[in-house]
Ligand binder design. Structure first.
Ligand code: NAI
Ligand code: MG
Length: 332
């Protein structure tokens, strides 16, 4: 069966890592017709919007997209395309597994956890205003509806991947109303999943425990900003951004992308590590039901990385992006 998938190369190292990923996915034999679409600063200059309607329409038609990183101007300029995509396609769940990859140097050799981040509200609602000069307010929106569906998603993920425990991460001791609501919802949903252990953990203590004893965690679920920070921490536990995949999932659409950004410092040099997007591509194949191909792709990355020398320099190897992809294709 052939699939049509929207491919957004993005900018910075985006075109390099998306091209690498596309070659690896094509080599699995899963037939995908790639529909290439633009987004980001270049497009902004030409069309007056960083996220053209044609790009959104393509994702809506195909239901699935693979996306390279897109540079976001800091402080001023257009709103993050990533946040806009999540909100306009209602991609309410951000799924970020952190699993040790042998051969990648890191502090632990047996981390295997999943961070589920709420993707549509919290402090990313984009509701900021100047109250009086010198005083700015940002609204952190927590709703019962979004809390319910993200916690349910976490439990369904736990079921699907045969996980034992879900930890609801919160700050309800201080944010009594907003995180109080979130926690109340989490407890209620947890009762529907008697076979999965449920645990609550305050966010700051969670950060400490993750650094000291990451093996104590399994699936963690939390609101947007906590998820942003904690998932970068967990990617650091398994060797950093070069290996961290993610999936943005909604009821109708899904967008797969690396956790890392556009890496302007190495863009265009052909040395970027495409593993994070390739592993995101494996999550995508999983999502399409191509489980065997997804596992072969993940195994290929694990094998080449474990061998060492044929990986990219950020992993201690000697290869550029293209040579590393050749090694993956050989294994595949
Ligand atoms: P970054 O992730 O782009 O880079 C951080 C550091 O990690 C840099 O030294 C970079 O060279 C290195 N790095 C990242 N990915 C790598 C890879 N695949 N291979 C080898 N080295 C890699 O984060 P930064 O610099 O904070 O952000 C750059 C831009 O990307 C910003 O405009 C930011 O807003 C945007 N961004 C976009 C995201 C997205 O499209 N989903 C996510 C995160 C950031
Ligand atoms: Mg982030």
């Amino acid at each position: 069966m052939a699939y049509t998938v929207t491919l957004i190369p993005g900018d910075g190292i985006g075109p390099e890592v998306t091209e690498a990923t596309r070659r690896v996915i094509d080599a699995t034999g899963v037939e995908i017709e790639w529909e290439i679409q633009e987004a980001g600063g270049d497009v902004m200059n030409r069309y007056g919007t960083p996220l053209p309607q044609t790009t959104l329409d393509s994702i809506k038609k195909n239901k699935v997209a693979l996306k390279g990183p897109i540079t976001t101007p800091v402080g001023t300029g257009f709103r993050s395309v990533n946040v806009q995509l999540r909100q306009s396609l209602d991609l309410f769940a951000n799924y970020r597994p952190a699993k040790t990859i042998p051969g990648v140097s890191s502090r632990y050799d047996d981390v295997d956890l999943i961070v589920v981040r709420e993707n549509t509200e919290g402090l990313y609602s984009g509701l900021e205003h100047i109250v009086v000069p010198g005083v700015v307010e940002s609204l952190r929106v927590i709703t019962e509806k979004a809390s319910e569906r993200i916690v349910r998603f976490a439990f369904e993920t736990a079921l699907k991947y045969k996980r034992r425990k879900v930890t609801a991460v919160h700050k309800a001791n201080i944010l009594k109303l907003s995180d109080g609501l979130y926690l109340e919802v989490a407890r209620r949903i947890a009762r529907n999943y008697p076979d999965i252990q449920f645990e609550e953990s305050i966010v700051d203590a969670t950060a400490m425990k993750l650094v000291m004893d990451p093996q104590a965690f399994d699936v963690l679920v939390m609101e947007n900003l906590f998820g942003d920070i904690i998932s970068d921490l967990t990617s650091g536990l398994v060797g950093g951004l070069g290996m961290a995949p993610s999936a943005n999932i909604g009821e109708s659409y899904s967008v797969f992308e690396a956790v890392h950004g556009s890496a302007p410092d190495i863009a265009g040099k052909g040395v970027a590590n495409p593993s994070a997007l390739i592993l995101s591509g494996a999550l995508m194949l999983h999502h399409l039901g191509e489980v065997a191909a997804a596992e072969r792709m993940e195994q290929a990355v694990r094998r080449v990385v474990a061998e060492g020398t044929r990986t990219t320099r950020d992993l201690g190897g000697e290869s550029n992006t293209r040579e590393y992809v050749e090694a993956l294709l050989e294994v595949l």
